[in-house]
Design a protein around this ligand. Structure first.
Ligand SMILES: Cc1cc2nc3c(=O)[nH]c(=O)nc-3n(C[C@H](O)[C@H](O)[C@H](O)COP(=O)(O)OP(=O)(O)OC[C@H]3O[C@@H](n4cnc5c(N)ncnc54)[C@H](O)[C@@H]3O)c2cc1C
Ligand SMILES: *[C@@H]1O[C@H](CO)[C@@H](O)[C@H](O)[C@H]1NC(C)=O
Ligand SMILES: *[C@@H]1O[C@H](CO)[C@@H](O)[C@H](O)[C@H]1NC(C)=O
Ligand SMILES: *[C@@H]1O[C@H](CO)[C@@H](O)[C@H](O)[C@H]1NC(C)=O
Ligand SMILES: *[C@@H]1O[C@H](CO)[C@@H](O)[C@H](O)[C@H]1NC(C)=O
Ligand SMILES: *[C@@H]1O[C@H](CO)[C@@H](O)[C@H](O)[C@H]1NC(C)=O
Ligand SMILES: *[C@@H]1O[C@H](CO)[C@@H](O)[C@H](O)[C@H]1NC(C)=O
Length: 512
């Protein structure tokens, strides 16, 4: 069986989408742009920025109606909900161009959004109606060093793994192919190897960043150490990162396992997940997984899947012994390379509308199974939603993954103690815009209700991961208060004008 055959259990489904198109002359004339849902009035500030950008950068600026506009404002986004209609798109080719653009945007006082790999899934996090979209797709160069790689924010993780394969090395990034480097690295970064190397953010040794006033800064442990720390989980609150330097590790081969289970064995599957989260070894073998349960409200069929990866060649993979004991409908182990594995794990863009909701808890398998049962019953309540594609995803947080930040002399903004945790996430896909509010309300109420039961039982953690969160969630509430205060002070020091809160307001913002 090929890895791609397992795609049905992953949350992807094909739907068409209507590209928006509007005329270039509308923006240059400074009046209106038309969108699928109506007409947008371009503000004076946005007109000022788009005009100055095109005068300075010509070809790097794209207006509505021009050939590449749809590619940049629709095709580059994972969630159909994220498709919006900016007044102009700026596609910088150098960090200096980003710096020049920030000066223009700031002096015009224009609203803007920044996009890397376009996987963040809610409207406004990475795109904007009216305003300027800064699309980083052309900043896609890399340089491989002995034990680091410098990467531009226009790259996706597959491109990074492919660049490192000839050297037998791996970086700590996304588990699927086309997730972008910048968004994932700035919010944390769940990879298969977190248990040994920490999160993607813990593996960044240097950030080149353009601040809101257009100044370029390199933040490392030794220089701008406060900003260096804040960028480890601080998302898009500080500037536009134009280069990340990432640590790499010798991982010439990986052992992979693909397993699927029918519903009879869900209790054992969930129990094996909880046991895996609790493993706490001094020198762990790097190993981790993608764990998904899917349920079809029409056929009532449920199935669980494990996509596991561990470093080295060990058949069967030793770190998945608990899973290997469960009777599986399919079980395929293989020895391969990181880039060949991730090449098959595509997450195609523009497939559907998606709501993420999640909470975190201590790994208690009985309670997690009851969460699964409650979710399944709740899915039945919305089975009439067109194109419904419900999945429940589990992400483990192991003690050793958290110990990396505790011992590397830097830390990160999460400030989590090395204790096992389990993230339970509902990822719900659907087809029509008219169901947006309904699905969000359903997902939020269900999640908050189940979390409140965990709070009563003393099993709840208030940690929220930006990569698994819905727009109704505030990840900063789950960080230690002293870290949030420190993050605010650092924001004041580096962004006095509030460019990354007032003018770029989308995504997970620190608030005031
Ligand atoms: C199918 C799928 C699979 C996923 N798998 C994983 C996984 O395995 N592990 C994991 O940890 N997460 C995962 N995620 C979550 C993912 O990490 C986030 O969605 C992340 O934001 C994606 O990064 P991006 O560059 O593609 O996103 P974008 O949407 O481009 O950016 C995300 C945010 O970062 C900002 N941003 C982007 N580039 C920059 C920059 N250079 N400087 C400053 N701000 C910037 C944007 O403005 C936006 O607010 C997954 C998401 C999806 C949809
Ligand atoms: C526009 O698209 C063309 C063809 O795909 C490409 O060659 C060009 O670089 C693109 N320009 C921008 C600014 O993205
Ligand atoms: C990189 O590796 C090569 C070959 O092993 C070695 O000769 C060189 O000194 C290394 N460079 C650095 C900077 O460590
Ligand atoms: C699950 O699989 C077992 C064998 O592995 C089989 O006996 C059982 O009928 C299956 N149950 C369902 C619900 O498919
Ligand atoms: C196993 O790995 C090999 C080598 O990387 C690859 O060619 C093959 O397609 C893989 N097999 C499966 C079943 O994934
Ligand atoms: C559920 O099953 C029906 C009937 O086989 C199918 O049409 C639909 O696509 C399935 N839904 C999902 C989410 O797989
Ligand atoms: C831009 O902001 C930084 C950080 O506050 C500051 O050090 C720098 O002097 C500012 N640059 C200009 C040109 O104002």
């Amino acid at each position: 069986m090929k890895l791609s055959n397992i795609a049905p259990v992953l949350p992807f489904l094909a739907f068409g989408c209507d590209a928006s198109s509007a005329s270039a002359s509308a923006v240059s004339a400074g009046a209106f742009i038309s969108t699928p849902t109506g007409t947008l009035k371009v503000t004076k500030a946005e007109r000022c920025a788009c005009k100055a950008l095109v005068e300075k950068f010509q070809k790097e600026v794209i207006f509505p109606g021009e050939a590449n506009y749809t590619e940049q404002t629709v095709d580059s986004y994972w969630d159909v909900r994220a498709d919006l209609t900016p007044a102009c798109v700026f596609v910088p080719e150098t960090a200096d161009a980003v710096a020049g653009a920030m000066k223009i945007i700031n002096s015009c006082d224009a609203q803007f959004a920044v996009r890397g790999g376009g996987h963040m899934n809610y409207p406004g996090s990475n795109n904007i109606d009216g305003g300027v979209l800064v699309a980083l797709s052309s900043l896609n160069s890399y340089t491989v060093h002995n034990d680091t790689i410098e990467v531009g924010p226009g790259l996706n993780w597959y491109e990074v793994y492919e660049a490192l394969t000839p050297y037998g090395r791996a970086a700590i990034g996304g588990r699927m192919k086309t997730i972008g480097v910048p968004g994932l690295t700035l919010i944390g970064g769940f990879h298969y190897f977190n248990n040994k190397y920490g999160y993607a953010m813990d593996n960044v040794v240097s950030y080149d960043i353009v601040l809101g006033n257009g100044t370029q800064v390199t933040a490392t442990k030794a220089s701008h150490a406060d900003l260096f720390w804040a960028l480890k989980g601080g998302a898009n609150n500080y500037g536009v990162v134009t280069k990340f330097t990432l640590k790499t590790y010798s991982v010439p081969k990986v052992t992979t396992t693909i397993q699927t289970y029918n519903e009879t064995y869900f209790p054992q599957f969930i129990d094996a997940m909880c046991e895996s989260a609790k493993v706490d070894e001094a020198n762990p073998i790097a190993a981790g997984m993608i764990a998904t349960i899917s349920y079809n409200a029409t056929t009532k069929a449920a199935s669980a899947s494990l996509l596991g990866v561990q470093e080295g060649a060990s058949l069967p993979p030793s770190q998945f012994a608990n899973f290997n004991k469960i009777p599986a409908t399919e079980r395929i182990n293989n020895v391969t390379t990181m880039n060949l594995w991730s090449a098959e794990l595509d997450s195609p863009k523009q497939m559907f509308r998606v709501m993420f909701s999640h909470k975190t808890m201590k790994p208690d398998s009985k309670t997690l199974f009851s969460i699964y049962q409650a979710w399944k019953a709740a899915v039945d309540e919305i089975s009439d939603v067109e194109g419904l594609y419900p999945t429940m995803v589990l992400n483990e947080i192991t003690p050793s993954s958290l110990r990396v930040a505790q011992t590397n002399g830097v830390g990160n903004v999460w400030g989590l103690e090395p204790e096992p945790l389990m993230i339970w996430q509902f990822s719900t896909g659907w087809a029509l815009a008219q169901d947006d509010l309904r699905v969000e309300a359903w997902s939020r109420q269900l999640t908050e209700h189940l979390h409140s039961i965990n709070q009563e039982k003393g099993l709840a953690s208030e940690f929220v991961y930006m990569g698994d969160a819905g727009e109704w969630q505030d990840p900063f509430l789950g960080f230690p208060q002293e870290n949030v205060e420190r993050m605010r002070e650092i924001r004041t020091a580096y962004d006095l004008d509030g460019v990354f809160s007032r003018l770029s307001w989308g995504g997970f913002k620190l608030g005031f």
